[in-house]
Every structure is written in C-alpha cells, then in structure tokens.
Design a protein around this ligand. Structure first.
Ligand code: TYD
Length: 138
C-alpha cells in the first residue's frame, strides 16, 4: 500500500434546521467491516498521537469536531490530510506509517478499525517500518 491508496470519502449529509446528520456503514462508505471503534479527545495543544504503522488494521478517521492533520508515509512519500468536518473521513489502508498532529481545541477524532486491538499488529519503530516496507513484508 502507498499513500496514494489513502482517500477522503464523503459521507451522506442530511442538513436540517434541527441539526445535521451523517452516517457510515460497513462496506458502503467504510470500505471494510468495522471490528472496533476508538476515539481521541482532550488532546493538549502541540501533542502528536499515533506515531506507528499497522500490519493489518485498516482505519477510517473522522474529525467529529474541531480539526487535526493525519500524516501518512509509505516509506517513499509523505502526505498530509487535514480533517475538519464531520461529513467526510479518511480511509487509511494497512501498512502505512501514520501520525496525527495539529489538534485544535476540543478536537474529537473518531476512528473505525478493521481488526480487534492487537499489540502485535503495531510497528512503533520507523526504521523497522522502512525496512519491512523495502523488503515488501508489509
Ligand atoms: P495507541 O494506539 O498507541 O495510541 P496512539 O496511536 O494514538 O498513540 O494506544 C494507546 C493505548 O491505548 C495503548 O496502550 C493501547 C490502548 N488501546 C487499546 O487498548 N485498545 C485500542 O483499540 C486502542 C486504539 C488503544
């Protein structure tokens, strides 16, 4: 997988004077079966989260409120996706290094994952990530 396989996906948006509504479903807007949901909140200014890669887990990330940047890296190319609306999300394929930064006050990042939590799925060392990528192992 390369950063070119990551993509912003628009979600349905029902604009209503009573408040707006969006949704996402398995294999429809989200291109995998959701096994897990996790979220980030109360991130202090200047903090960076998620400096790692997943061997198998795919993700879909939405900025439910506020804004932040998702930085993706495939070992050759880096790409920054700025998320700041709740009616679209970023699909992150497996095997990419990803960091999240520039969180605004009150930013709320909702993430869907394609696998259950498994510490062995994580690669926390960037050099190791680059080697696995070079060797075609992820
Ligand atoms: P981690 O994924 O390392 O956070 P980030 O990528 O934002 O830096 O997770 C932080 C901690 O939370 C880690 O100790 C494991 C735990 N955790 C779970 O137990 N289950 C989960 O689904 C996630 C995402 C994290």
């Amino acid at each position: 997988m390369t950063v070119k396989d990551a993509k912003i996906i628009d979600l349905p948006k029902f604009l209503d004077a009573r408040g707006n509504l969006s949704f996402a479903e398995n294999f429809k807007q989200i291109p995998f079966e959701i096994k897990r949901t996790y979220w980030l909140y109360d991130v202090p200014g200047g903090e960076c989260r998620g400096g790692h890669a997943y061997r198998e887990n795919e993700e879909f990330i939405i900025a439910l409120s506020g804004s932040f940047d998702v930085v993706l890296d495939d070992g050759k190319e880096r790409k920054v996706f700025s998320l700041n609306r709740s009616y679209y999300g970023l699909y992150v394929p497996k095997g990419l290094w990803r960091e999240m930064e520039n969180f605004s006050t009150n930013a709320f990042a909702l993430e869907f994952g394609s696998t259950l939590y498994n510490i062995n799925d994580y690669i926390y060392d960037y050099e190791e990530f680059q080697k696995l990528k070079r060797d075609g192992k992820i």
